[in-house]
Design a protein around this ligand. Structure first.
Ligand code: AMP
Length: 448
């Protein structure tokens, strides 16, 4: 199939050719016509399979049919809003929208916290067609009447399941209440729990569903390896694996902000060029760490789940989970940073006896066999227990908020940067149980 047959105008086709895209990915082929017909859409496809273009291209086509602006000059109000759970993802989506609209006249801006409001206010005052935002800062602008959402024609929720979970839902409802009922709503994600779909239907009108691969699956280009290891030897094993090829770029996930800092320090002291990214870093530090990693100035990026969603890092051959995520779906998102756009990737997890229960949840979610084998010289003193009674880890750290920020105590309770009061291990277990029973998903993500 060719992009030409999807009904996109020449200006977009030229931009795609410039990007080197020869043909639509399956999610693009399935989603673009549905959006162009004006339907609401719930779209799920695995990580790294081109969802951003899946919504950006038809959004641009609908806002600017045949590449034409409906009115001359800058718009008085934004016409489309894309919401993302993290600032980094908002910036990345904005870059893509700019790439795809380079032969059109489109005014767009990002709105997210951690940076000054001045530029954002100026951009909004001048008039923009498309806003790409995280919910907390967007609400700040709404309260201060810098932005009027009454002209929104298209709302996109990227990483939609996260946007609809408990941490974001109140903010999302507030944003949605400020926009017209008559609009097109597009939800894109790699994971969709049934309860989230039911919730989403409240915000949508007869949505069409497009599912390119079974939800909650990972691309076949990623292979999974688990190394059972004693908790206190994980650092050394990590170093051992990284040292096998020190030029290889690797994203390492740790569970807590403090844990990622400690790990990063240890790796730097051991001669690995490393940086850490998490919600206690300033936005400048976050941007620099991600930028340095993308440019290859550092080889290892140690991250909390803040980096788990949506980030597109070219040529990332390996993701290592130093700690398993507390929620199995997050495994799918974490390892989705590798094996993107058809490239092959390796996901390695270092799993201690205490994390056996988490690994069991992940195996169940993926419905897949994961290669479990100790690394020579790092054999654990206790084997993993994969039966039902296996223990969950003690809450050494709490689940990381996606857009966590050190000044969370200063923030309003409805923002994604909120401290939720801390989810305990018992909460995580109860929640996993509820989900297994098919009950409603009430993920309360604590702020580490
Ligand atoms: P996404 O899932 O939107 O983050 O996209 C994953 C990667 O695939 C990005 O690097 C995109 O630039 C790339 N990509 C998206 N669509 C296509 C396409 N049709 N052909 C080739 N690469 C693509």
């Amino acid at each position: 199939m060719h992009f030409e047959s999807l009904g996109l105008s020449p200006a977009l086709l030229r931009a795609l050719a410039d990007q080197g895209y020869n043909e639509p990915t399956p999610i693009q082929a399935a989603a673009i016509p549905v959006v162009l017909e004006g339907h609401d859409l719930l779209a799920s496809a695995q990580t790294g399979t081109g969802k951003t273009a899946g919504f950006s291209l038809p959004m641009l086509e609908r806002l600017f049919p045949n590449g034409q602006r409906p009115t001359s000059g800058r718009p008085r109000k934004p016409r489309a809003l894309v919401l993302t759970p993290t600032r980094e993802l908002a910036a990345q989506v904005h870059d893509s929208v700019r790439d795809y609209s380079k032969f059109l006249t489109v005014y767009s801006t990002t709105i997210f916290g951690g940076v000054g409001m001045g530029n954002q206010i100026q951009n909004l005052r001048r008039g923009v067609d498309i806003v790409i935002a995280t919910p907390g800062r967007l609400i700040d602008h709404m309260q201060q009447r810098h932005i009027d959402l009454s002209g929104i024609e298209i709302l996109v929720l990227d990483e939609a399941d996260r946007m609809l979970d408990m941490g974001f839902l109140p903010a999302l409802k507030r944003v949605i209440s400020a926009m017209p009922q008559q609009r097109q709503t597009l939800l894109f994600s790699a994971t969709f729990a049934p309860a989230i779909k039911a919730l989403a239907s409240q915000f949508m009108h007869n949505p069409k569903e497009v599912e390119v691969a079974r939800a909650n699956t990972v691309v076949a280009t990623v292979s999974h390896r688990v190394h059972p290891v004693d908790a206190e030897r994980k650092r050394d094993l990590l170093l051992h694996i990284l040292a096998e090829d020190s030029r290889r770029q690797t994203l390492v996930f740790a569970r807590t902000k403090h844990g990622s800092d400690k790990l990063c320090k240890f790796l730097n002291q051991s001669g690995m060029r490393s940086a850490a990214i998490h919600g206690n870093k300033s936005q400048n530090q976050r941007t620099r760490a991600l930028g340095d990693f993308k440019k290859g100035k550092v080889d290892v990026l140690v991250a909390t789940d803040i980096a788990a969603r949506g980030l597109d890092i070219e040529q990332l051959p390996m993701v290592i989970n130093h700690d398993l995520p507390m929620v199995a779906e997050d495994y799918v998102h974490r390892i989705g940073r590798t094996g993107r756009a058809g490239a092959s990737g390796l996901a390695v997890s270092l799993v201690s006896h205490e994390e056996s229960g988490l690994l069991r949840d992940i195996k169940k979610l993926l419905k897949d066999e994961i290669d479990i084998a100790p690394m020579e010289g790092f054999e654990p003193s206790q084997p993993l227990r994969m039966d039902a009674g296996a223990p969950k880890p003690r809450q050494g750290g709490q689940r990381q908020r996606p857009n966590g920020n050190k000044s969370s105590h200063q923030r309003r309770p409805h923002t994604q940067e909120r401290k939720s009061g801390g989810s305990t291990q018992a909460q995580a277990q109860a929640q996993a149980k509820r989900r297994r029973r098919g009950g409603s998903r009430t993920r309360r993500s604590p702020n580490a």
